[in-house]
Design a binder for this molecule. Structure first.
Ligand SMILES: [Zn+2]
Length: 306
């Protein structure tokens, strides 16, 4: 049988179409398999990601973050700012910069603890002192902490604070806690005073305006090299100390059971440290005794010159 040219062309075209159809079908199959693989990988990642057991605390803070819930509102006031540079030293170190640096670090720490933080300033700007207290009232803040640094003509060192002249016990608790926690972080502890530096019957404007427990805390002396070194080198540790103190105060005022639990945990940590320090001390004095006895020649076999 002889095929005409037209018939041959017809056959060739049909074959070509057949081939194209097969190719399309294969491509579609490949696409579906690929899609299934992607879905499988996605599901696996999800399953593994949620496989790890999360603590109740994680879930709580994740939930709080997702829903915008907060444990409470804290007002952080970095002292001075703008034209008011506060104290300074001979090396162009200004109180307003130190207070802002520490204030921002405290905010970060408080936020990780689940608090909402409102600040009087987050940059180098002038804010009226009474206005700072009023801002805290407007923000419905539950605690007010104003951060400052001290200065003395000679010899001053450590942390002190000023609370309202009424000397209310909540403000005192807040001030004492911050001072003690900074003390644990290595600062010398001084005193928490009601009123101002010069007059116990007067108030700093921030304390007078703020309607919640409040304190002006002086985080070391700008005039002390030791304090400045501690302030700079351990900025985050200091910020954490202040945030932990605020957290502890907040618990004492709003959740005494949680505060008691927290205090127990702190005491245990202190006891472990104390025990470790005592053991190290005893080991060292034991070693000293052995060395001195060896030097006396009362222990044979140990060469005092070794
Ligand atoms: Zn100041």
């Amino acid at each position: 049988m002889q095929l005409s040219d037209a018939e041959i062309r017809e056959i060739l075209i049909r074959r070509k179409r057949e081939k194209q159809r097969r190719l399309r079908r294969r491509r579609r199959r490949m696409f579906i398999i690929l899609l299934l693989l992607i879905v499988l990988v996605f599901v696996l990642v999800k399953v593994i990601g949620h496989g790890g057991k999360k603590s109740a605390e994680d879930k709580k803070s994740a939930g709080a973050a997702a829903s915008g819930e907060t444990r409470g509102i804290i007002f952080i006031d970095p002292g001075h700012g703008g034209m008011d540079s506060g104290s300074d030293d001979d090396n162009d170190r200004y109180e307003k910069d130190d207070t802002l640096k520490l204030g921002l670090a405290v905010r970060n720490q408080l936020e990780t603890l689940g608090f909402k933080v409102v600040m009087s300033r987050t940059e180098d700007e002038m804010v009226d002192r009474t206005e700072r207290g009023l801002m805290a009232n407007k923000a419905d803040a539950q605690l007010f902490v104003s951060i400052h640094r001290n200065k003395a003509d000679s010899g001053g060192q450590g942390v002190e604070g000023f609370i309202p002249k009424e000397n209310d016990k909540e403000s005192r608790l807040l001030g004492e806690n911050i001072m003690h926690f900074l003390g644990r972080a290595g600062f010398k502890e001084r005193t928490i005073r009601a009123g101002t530096l010069v007059d116990p019957d007067d108030d700093y404007e921030e304390n007078a305006a703020a309607e919640m427990p409040s304190v002006l805390i002086e985080v070391g002396f700008l005039s002390s090299d030791d304090d400045n070194y501690r302030f700079d080198k351990y900025l985050d540790k200091n910020a954490k100390a202040i945030a932990d103190a605020i957290n502890y105060t907040f618990m004492q005022l709003h959740d005494p059971d949680a505060a008691a639990e927290y205090a127990k945990m702190m005491t245990q940590t202190d006891e472990v440290l104390e025990t470790a320090l005592t053991a190290t001390g005893e080991a060292l004095s034991g070693l000293n005794a052995i060395q001195s006895r060896a030097a006396d020649g009362t222990i044979e076999g140990i060469d005092p010159e070794a």
